[in-house]
Design a protein around this ligand. Sequence first.
Ligand code: SAM
Length: 421
Amino acid sequence: MPSYPTDLNPSEQRLAQTRLRELAETFTEAGALRTPAWREVFQRTWRHPYIPSYYPDPAGPCLLSIDPQRRGEWLAAVYSDQTLGTKVVQVPMPRALRPGTAPILTSSSTLPSLVLRMLEELDVTDGHRVLEIGTGTGYNAALLCERLGSEYVTSVDIDPELIELAAERLAANGYTPTLAAVDGAGGYPPGAPYDRIIATCSVPAIPPAWLEQTSPGAVILADVHGKIGGTLARLIIDGEGIATGRFLPLGTAFMWLRHALDFSPPPMREPEGEPMHSVTTVDPTLLHTSSLFGFVAQWHLLGGASAEGHLPEVAWSMLTDNGASSVHLQASDGSRASVHATAVNGEFPVTQYGPSRLWDRVEDAHEFWHQTGQPPYSRFGITATATEQYVWYDHPDSEHRWRLPTPTLPRTTGYEASVAR
Ligand SMILES: C[S@@+](CC[C@H](N)C(=O)[O-])C[C@H]1O[C@@H](n2cnc3c(N)ncnc32)[C@H](O)[C@@H]1O
């Protein structure tokens, strides 16, 4: 066995090199790799040093590279196009089920084809200063260091253990980016301004600190998600610090940017007032069977362009009880809607409570979706200022605009203490 768990013997090295070449071929054909520069970087940069173990299933045991029985499986997984779960923590169950804990995946090494698609979209050139939010294993940071040089790369993660491990593994492979254990919602001011910010965790809106820490012409690439689904948005900063750009047609789903290790759902108010019963011809399961419709509906659920009637958060769930499914929506203002997924004569029974008629908003979304011919992600975009952010359809001044929740995110302090290098 080699001296370090992830050291490869000569035949393993040959295998890894062959797999990297094959993957580069596949990614090029699929359009994930587009430029010779990234293709070369990808083939030169090992992934295995950053993933000495992973969780095939978050509820199950870790697969270790040092397990001789599973060494081949480990190496094959690391050099395949797979997302690999790398950190699991036990968190308290929802209150009704306590005591007890449930495993939650809090870090992973992203699908390599998506990593490369994102790096290509980032469109870096020599001399660009890049901030990555979500260091995780450090593999993406390694690719950035290999492409730009370590002095141009800063990467932050909220989990100090991940930063410590990534720093060790990156250094062992010759990379010394600036790494810090901070909440990436605050960016990382000591390294600003950045030419590029890339987030490998999802955000409900663009954190204002990212706008402040970028220079005109800079690119922010982040997965902007409502409660139902989202995808990567690529925004460009103008001379006034306003970021504008479109969603990319990928339909990605990163883990959420979190501020603490608290996964308990936010407290919701009890439903208010008398229930209102009606029927709908819109199949409620469309919210999850059509990712494009779910994407459109989630913005409608937040409200329109004005602050009036805007809901900062609408949660969505689908329940099945005795074989009968129903869709439930609930908002922070106490509004609720439940819709049975079994139609009676082509109509689905609806019950709504509270000041905001949540299901009516989904019906509006459905009408919009049909009238606009079921548009793809790329017809939508975002405009983000420090105080207001909108998703828009077709162009920033469109009559179809939906206000995003205003980020009220913590600013991080104490940078010096948290820097790993
Ligand atoms: C999908 S993983 C990142 C993968 C990583 N880029 C790689 O190459 O392995 C998402 C990461 O975001 C981190 N994260 C979550 N919330 C964060 C926050 N507020 N600030 C910084 N990182 C955060 C998680 O700890 C996790 O490691």
